[in-house]
Design a protein. Sequence first.
Length: 296
Amino acid sequence: MRQLTLVVTCTDRKAAAPEDALHARSLPSGSVKERAALWAERVKGASRTHTLAELYRGDHWAQARRLVDTASKAGFAADLWVASAGLGLQPVSASAPSYAATFSTRHADSVATSAAGSAQWWGRLQEGTGRATLQELGKNGPVLMVLSEVYAKAMGEELRALAAVASEALLVGGVEEIPGIQRVPADAGLRHALGGTLTSLNVRMAASWLQHCEDGQLTSPATSDSWKKWAASESRPEQHNRKPMTDDEVITFVRQQTASQPGISRTRLLRQLRAEGRACEQSRFANLYIKTVGQS
């Protein structure tokens, strides 16, 4: 079997609540260099850790773990790695504490206030806690990455370095075309064919791509043509026929999700609710959120 490296983003949902010091919001003001160095110290000094395979939760992560089996059926021996705003690039076998850190700039636990700041943070994080760079992974064989826009922006320098050395590199999601890396933009129209929530769509698209690798080549013309033909026949415009919710149902949802995802923003929580096929008008959701957890 050919070696294949799978790289996916981490998730907000964790198996345990983070310590107060491992919320990015707890970092003092200062330069990216200072804040990243302090964060790395806190991560390394945490008392309780979990393997990354068991730390993350949710549909996105469940689908990410299944990618390894899907890759095996396509003729690849796959290793799964995680790109994390709190840990850098790590294999899923690594251990780390629960934490709350994100590149989403409007989140309470955002590590930076701009895309440029996120890129600086990623570079510092990789120096402090990261186990490898994309470029190093690309020298070992094909690389399949599943990255959101904010992660692709933060990791832009590494993506371009990977493009310079990789024999085969595929990016599902991302934000822009990079010469040397084949990109499959996110397509919400494939949800009806692939199922799941929007948060797991890119991973499901990656699995579908692997199912079209009949020649054992990740980015061969045959694989690409086969997948594109399938996607063109299956993509449908999204129709938002969401199920209305009562006030009590919204409050229950907010309580459950804020308990399992400490620090999640109100805006992100509303997106998650809608991604699950449920409906709540924005101002009504805001009022119920404040009633439930207060101003934040």
